[in-house]
Design a binder for this molecule. Structure first.
Ligand code: DX5
Ligand code: ZN
Length: 215
């Protein structure tokens, strides 16, 4: 059974507390919080003050996906704002190993996100240091994009790498997850499904979350 992490990027920002209530009553496991800086990705979303406020609305795990350059400058601030898992991008970190150590020393779980183009093999020597790999199944920056089919092959390769290493790293799939493609994503070896548009554009978001959990 996969963990479900709805992405608040597709929530109704005018009614965030209502959407939080919905998520709290739902079977959602995590809140997936997408932070964009307009530099690493061509979009700007929300940041620390919003996450700090959201923290008061739920006890669920905060899975913070940083799509920003120089994430080391902000790791401590995201911890203070309430992040439980802090994910940085492989492509944004010159000293990825150091960034991971910093995140763990601050008491958070550490994730690495990887864009659609690099092979998952580049993560081989960092796998034993991290808790989560966020495989981007769209180019980061926007919700509601189409799932890149080749991600399925990357999931299978990464699953084999993780199983062979004996580590417990979770595979999270981020972008374009739908009720239609979720079964094959889970069958390929995913542990966590991020879903923005699929959850928040549904007429019954709680039912969609429950359904995603059955795959
Ligand atoms: C994209 C973000 C995703 C996005 C997913 O840059 O990292 O988390 O919100 O949204 P959907 O599920 O709509 O593709
Ligand atoms: Zn994300």
């Amino acid at each position: 059974m996969p963990l479900i992490a709805p992405s608040l990027l597709s929530a109704d920002f005018l009614n965030l507390s209502r959407d939080c209530e919905m998520l709290n009553e739902s079977q959602a496991d995590w809140y997936h919080l997408d932070v964009m800086d307009g530099r690493f990705v061509p979009n700007i979303s929300f940041g620390l003050p919003v996450i700090e406020k959201l923290r008061k609305a739920t006890h669920k795990t905060f899975d913070v996906h940083l799509m920003i350059l120089e994430p080391e400058k902000y790791a401590e601030a995201f911890k203070k704002a309430g992040a439980d898992i802090l994910t940085v991008h492989y492509e944004a970190c010159v000293h990825l190993h150091r960034n991971i150590q910093q995140i763990k020393s601050l008491g958070m779980k550490a994730g690495v996100a990887i864009n659609p183009h690099p092979p998952v093999a580049v993560l081989e020597d960092i796998l034993h240091e991290i808790d989560l790999v966020c495989l981007m199944s769209v180019n980061p920056g926007f919700g509601g994009q189409k799932f890149i089919h080749h991600t399925l092959a990357k999931i299978r390769t990464l699953r084999k790498m993780i199983d062979a290493s004996g580590s417990k790293v979770l595979i999270e799939i981020d972008g374009g997850v739908t009720l239609e493609n979720a079964p094959e994503i889970v069958a390929a070896g995913a542990d966590v499904l991020v879903a923005g548009n699929t959850v928040f554009s549904a007429s019954d978001p709680k039912a969609v979350i429950s359904k995603l959990k059955t795959f």
